[in-house]
Write a protein that binds this ligand. Structure first.
Ligand SMILES: Nc1ncnc2c1ncn2[C@@H]1O[C@H](COP(=O)(O)OP(=O)(O)O)[C@@H](O)[C@H]1O
Ligand SMILES: [Mg+2]
Length: 395
């Protein structure tokens, strides 16, 4: 048993060292050498799958990922060679990029219909962001160089409106908006991820002015469960893009968001000139968020929203949204009792065109909701944010 264990450990060591060598070779642009190491990695992973049965599937999975990586390196090499022979700055890589790849990136372009006034509170924060975007996109009246804010980091507890703010930006600007969730990017395009990062920014520059929104940016730095360190080189790619070296007149602004700022390392933090804290709503903002999710959606409220705001300390915007949803469901149940009794006999999959009654939202609906919805953030995590805010935030 012992000997077996050692063997597995040894193979793992070889794999680890090969991964390192493959990454180094790739960083140096020596794809051929990287492929040699990847072949060895794949061989050893398949061996591990045989000897370490309980994890067999995971090894085979990893081997498959490395296979994809290998394929991408071979394609990357071809693209690179094409690029070298193409004239500088024709629509460059974009023009030459395989259709599939380009459409993947263009699928990230989005527009939303979230309006600024649907975001309660955060007045100062909204102003900083709107200002930054405006001055980045508009032209000065005199021929002066205005320093542009290119990278902004939004951080704070979950459900406080970070993603919503990014959506509001995309509604209002005359720029191309790329909505990127890092973890999705990483999990969907394993092997391709590095290429997709540079391609993303290349396409963004091609569509200039652009805003790239990077949600869950901490997933760039976090070590992945499978021990695959390729996120390291993806991080390097992003850092390079955030530096914006070698960009011409094109303008690409990056807005990143995270709930766990302390997981970010210095390299990435230093790239964000502005780090804006998006905190939990104060009492008047809570009242406003309750209003946004009820009255602004056409409900008539016969309850004291201010009083509800008072008792919902530590609730995030999302928690409050849940309170309103729960209250609305209670009102519907209350107002359609006879209908509910008949639910069993109703053809549920034939409910199209059936009507139900909507009445006023009452205090009791909110009481029902408050008994069921609990705030996500606790005192301890809030203190963490305050500490981090004190150290790094610009607002
Ligand atoms: N300040 C706010 N005003 C109005 N609604 C909010 C606010 N903050 C959060 N919400 C609600 O919570 C939901 C989640 O917010 P989101 O922006 O995704 O949070 P985050 O990205 O900070 O985790 C939104 O869809 C919205 O309904
Ligand atoms: Mg979010």
């Amino acid at each position: 048993m012992d000997a077996d264990y050692l063997t597995i450990e040894n193979i793992k060591k070889v794999v680890t060292s090969d991964i390192k060598s493959a990454e180094e070779a790739e960083l140096k642009g020596n794809n051929d050498k990287a492929v040699v190491y990847i072949n060895s990695i794949m061989g050893n992973l398949k061996l591990l799958a045989k000897v370490d049965r309980k994890d067999s599937e995971r090894y085979l999975d990893l081997a498959e990922k490395w296979n994809k990586k290998k394929e991408s390196l071979v394609v990357a090499k071809t693209t690179y060679q094409n690029k070298k022979t193409s004239t500088k700055h024709d629509s460059g890589l974009i023009g030459k990029m395989e259709g599939e790849f380009k459409s993947r990136i263009e699928a990230l372009i989005s527009k939303s219909d979230v309006k600024w006034d649907e975001i309660g509170g955060l007045e100062e924060e909204k102003t900083i962001i709107k200002e930054a975007v405006f001055f980045a996109l508009a032209s000065p009246s005199k021929d002066v160089k205005v320093p542009k804010l290119r990278n902004i980091l939004l951080f704070g507890p979950p459900g406080t409106g970070k993603t919503t703010i990014a959506k509001a930006i995309s509604t209002n600007i005359n720029a191309t908006f790329f909505n990127v969730t890092i973890s999705e990017l990483l999990s969907r395009y394993v092997g391709d991820s590095e290429r997709i990062v540079s391609a993303l920014y290349e396409v963004a520059r091609g569509h200039s002015p652009s805003v790239v929104f990077l949600d869950e940016i901490e997933s760039l730095v976090k070590k992945r469960d499978d021990g695959n360190k390729s996120t390291g080189s993806i991080l390097q790619q992003f850092l390079g893009q955030l530096d914006g070296f070698g960009t011409g007149d094109e303008f690409v602004m990056t807005i990143a968001a995270t709930n766990v700022p302390w997981e970010l390392d210095e390299a990435i933090l230093s790239r964000f000139e502005k780090k804006i804290f998006i905190g939990l709503p104060e009492v008047t903002t809570r009242a406003r968020i309750l209003e946004i999710n009820t009255e602004m959606k056409g409900y008539h409220v016969k309850a004291d929203l201010m009083e509800i705001a008072r008792v919902t300390g530590n609730f995030s915007g999302r928690d409050l949204f849940y309170v309103c949803s729960e209250a609305i469901r209670n009102m519907l149940r209350r107002s359609n009792r006879d209908l509910m009794q008949k639910v069993d006999s109703l053809m549920l999959n034939n409910s199209n065109g059936m009507k139900y009654t909507v009445t006023d939202l009452l205090q009791e609906d909110f009481e029902y909701a408050l008994a069921r919805v609990k705030p996500v953030s606790d005192q301890k995590s809030l203190e963490e944010y305050q500490k981090w805010k004190g150290k790094f935030a610009n607002n």
